[in-house]
Design a protein around this ligand. Structure first.
Ligand SMILES: [Zn+2]
Length: 543
């Protein structure tokens, strides 16, 4: 009888399996790891030898614990971000480094768009321009007849023109949170937070990160993911309504679809009883490549957009405190209900006031309804101090820190948003580990590019975009960082029994690297080429 065992041979296999830490041979059957070790594996598990990666290093496939599959949709609109960026097709798009450059790009797009079509670009962040924000006049100068929308890279803010303001029903007399005003009290054309952004979405037909997914977008997302060694990714906010669930199921049912997906249900779209019923029903519909069970809550906004909630002394530049996305009293009811119902909560908190509050709420919910191994996770949690991490550990919580922020906004946090002392504990990986909080690190793609080797580098080296080290004492080792993008991340998703390390019975998921991230100069971890991924024993060459 022909064997259906395949044995991958590599220069080295970094397993993250405590019992067999290093191997050179990996035996796979039925998509799962059958055995691992040295050359004896060929004798003990006779099968077909695959030595195409004999010169390479295998690590467990990377697990992105906070990504958005809408990164596959964003590219349908032109990119207007500060940093150069590579699209799903591998094409590089240059950055726009001034408001004038963004406006010039909008004017050029306006000239070629059909008359009624809305003009939308994404990736914008004025904080890099050192002061001025985009105004209503800037965008009215582009068009006074079509809707113009500039989506910020954080996903928490839009700049719009007067056409959008009028269609959304916003005026000088509107009494709503989230409408930025100028010194005269006039609307500045900047809308912040879910309440007013939802009205803009209806007015323009453009829902940004909340757009309905389709199968081609999920394929584009997978193309981005496998190029950087990701074999499992969250979709950390998804309506999980029927059209979205259908798209997720259709894409992942295809044997050629190269990643596993883990969506989190956007709680805000449901009443609590309806949401509990929905997530409970979906949990039974999980498959090997699609895993339901997580619920997403958002407590506050973004730090660089000044919509995050900060404790004393507030924003370093004196800007007023940010927004609660859900009123704290209502937030606590939601946390308690989902905790009691057995769901796993992933709570977005950026500012330290939000992390503090969410930790309190989870702690009270756990005290009222003890539930072992809930693994409720704070997402981003960028400004938490040691005392918050200790309380998180005591409450059985996990953290997924936004390490890429150190590179992309570290200089701005130091100078503008939080000042040098709090910026030194931005995404405090070393403190989280010292306090015993299970740790993952992430990209929040499309907010920053998906690339776990780069995310590792951010946590290990803590270089900002200007090349200085931010908070040297919070650097972690390459081994800790590799754990955080594989097994640590899988743990926060309650998938550590299936992915994140190479062990018998787990999925045979690997990233194939040209070099060993634990052996190279830590400054070059981000430059290691990704040759391929292996998903359930099936090889996918990097696209
Ligand atoms: Zn996110």
């Amino acid at each position: 009888m022909a064997s259906n065992i395949r044995i991958f041979i590599a220069r080295r296999i970094v397993t993250l399996n405590r019992s067999i830490r290093r191997a050179t041979h990996l035996a796979v059957r039925d998509g799962r790891v059958l055995g691992l070790g040295g050359a004896e594996i060929c004798d003990r598990f006779p099968g077909m030898v695959d030595d195409r990666f004999a010169g390479d290093v295998l690590v467990p496939g990377f697990v992105e614990g906070h990504g958005h599959t809408s990164a596959g949709l964003m590219w349908r609109d032109p990119y207007a971000g500060f940093f150069p960026r590579v699209g799903p097709d591998g094409v590089r798009h240059e950055g726009l480094t001034s408001i004038a450059a963004v406006v010039a790009k909008l004017r050029a797009l306006d000239a070629v768009l059909p008359a009624e079509a809305p003009l939308v670009v994404w990736g914008f962040d004025p904080i890099y321009f050192g002061g001025p924000r985009m105004t209503l006049a800037d965008l009215d100068g582009v068009s006074t007849t079509r809707p113009v929308l500039v989506a910020h890279i954080s996903g928490h803010i839009h700049n719009v023109n007067s056409v959008v303001m009028a269609r959304a029903g916003f005026s000088r007399d509107s009494n709503l949170d989230g409408l930025l005003r100028d010194a005269n009290g006039d609307l500045a054309g900047e809308v912040q937070g879910p309440a007013v952004m939802a009205r803009v979405a209806r007015a323009t037909g453009h829902a940004g990160l909340q757009r309905i997914l389709d199968v081609p977008a999920l394929w584009d997302y997978a193309a981005i993911a496998r190029r950087v060694g990701v074999t499992t990714s969250t979709d950390l906010v998804n309506a999980l309504d029927d059209p979205n669930v259908a798209a997720l199921k259709a894409a992942t049912a295809d044997a050629a679809y190269p990643i596993r997906l883990v969506p989190a249900m956007r709680a805000r779209d449901y009443s609590v009883p309806d949401g509990v019923a929905r997530i409970t029903a979906l949990r039974g519909q999980s498959s090997d490549k699609l895993h339901f069970g997580m619920v997403k809550l958002v407590a506050d906004g973004s730090i660089q957009g000044f919509t995050a909630r900060l404790r004393w002394p507030g924003y370093h530049n004196g800007r007023p405190n940010g927004l609660w996305y859900i009123a704290p009293a209502e937030f606590e009811q939601i946390v308690t209900a989902y905790h009691h119902a057995g769901a796993q909560l992933h709570i977005h908190t950026n500012g330290d006031e939000a992390s503090d509050l969410a930790t309190d709420m989870v702690s009270r919910a756990v005290a009222a309804h003890p539930r072992p191994d809930h693994r409720h996770t704070l997402q981003h949690c960028q400004m938490a101090d040691e005392a918050i991490f200790r309380r998180m550990a005591a409450a059985g919580m996990c953290v997924n820190l936004f390490a890429n922020h150190i590179h992309y906004w570290g200089d701005q946090h130091d100078a503008v948003t939080m000042g040098p002392s709090r910026a030194a504990r931005l995404d405090a990986c070393a403190t989280a580990l010292a306090c015993g909080v299970p740790l993952a690190i992430h990209s929040d793609t499309p907010v920053t590019p998906l690339d776990p080797l780069f995310t590792m580098s951010c946590a290990v080296n803590r270089f900002t975009a200007s090349g200085r080290v931010l908070g040297a004492d919070e650097r972690i080792t390459p081994a800790q960082a590799l754990h955080a993008v594989t097994l640590g991340s899988a743990y926060t998703l309650k998938l550590d029994h299936l992915v994140g390390s190479l062990d018998v019975g787990k999925f045979a998921d690997c990233a194939v690297l040209a070099d060993d991230p634990l052996e190279v100069d830590p400054l070059t971890i981000k430059d290691i080429p990704v040759r391929a991924t292996i998903l359930g024993g099936q090889v996918f060459a990097a696209p």
